[in-house]
Design a protein around this ligand. Sequence first.
Ligand code: NI
Length: 372
Amino acid sequence: MMTELEKQLIEYFEWFHAHPELSYEEYETTVKIREILMSAGVEILPYDLETGLVAIIRGKKEGPVQALRCDIDALPILEETGLSYASKHNGRMHACGHDFHIVAGIGCALLLQEQKAELAGTVKIIFQPAEESSLGALKILETDAMAEVDRVWGIHADPTNEAGVLGIREGYVTAAVDRFVIRIKGVGCHGAHPDDGIDPIPAATAMVQAFQTIVTRNINAFHPSLISVTRIEAGNTWNVIPETAELEGTVRTMDAEDRILFEKRMREIAEQTARAYGAQTEFEWIAGPPATYNDAGMAKECMRVAQKQGLRVVPEESSLGGDDFAFFEEKIPGCYIKIGTGKGPTIHQPGFQIDEQVILPTVNYLAALFCE
Ligand code: NI
């Protein structure tokens, strides 16, 4: 039998799923979260956030200040699930399960609000904008929301596991996410007379090859890292050697020193390769979030609570994906829990969906995590 709370949470979930909004545009989403929480008497902190909000539940007993991060944005993907509550916003979709994170946060807030008398300590539920931009966490960090927080928890939907299965590991979970853009400037000329110019294309392709050796020749072989050149652009016709070429891509590292080394080696290779080919170069490094790291004590604790709640815990594999949750962990010990949401298409795919049966157990689990 479905309880009243479960029915309500599923209704909310379907609403959020049908109304996805992109990073920094989560206006309707924020209004809806605010409405639901306020009608249940949950306190919302008076921050001047454009989108997103922070709710707070102040327990009547002494205890730590903890936070739960729930990201709220969607992706520019055309939904192909065929669900009755599919996206009403054409070309936008909750394809990363953040609709589920929203409802998990709301449900947890509602339960804790009811259990205030027994709650030891304070819980802040962070409804964070723009996770997909990699930088939305910084909006929350511009407020003092995290100032007195002792521990921060994060959750993420996981379609590689069934409902009722949690993936938890100690240590590194996701990678630091950095982006690079390299502009190579040569001298354009006729395709039949390369000797009249400086062709930027051989310099660009030499860089693409050489960058891969950073992983195999410079980084400790036991440290995960990678580089993907994902865009290469030069020229616009068949018989003209272009003046410029551009490369763009991403670097993923776990170790903070590897991250510094990677950038340094890339700069050296880019500059010196360009020089070897007689070209000039401009190197831009756009730093994203660092790696997420699960505090060992917190990981053990959330495994213990999971087992008590009858959930199955499996060792989570680390990934070179990223999450801006890591920005919170630069200041506060944290733990990021993967929640099995039913096996199916992976996140960021048009067929991705959440098994609704996972909603209530997740809410009960999160509330228990704060109450024990
Ligand atoms: Ni996500």
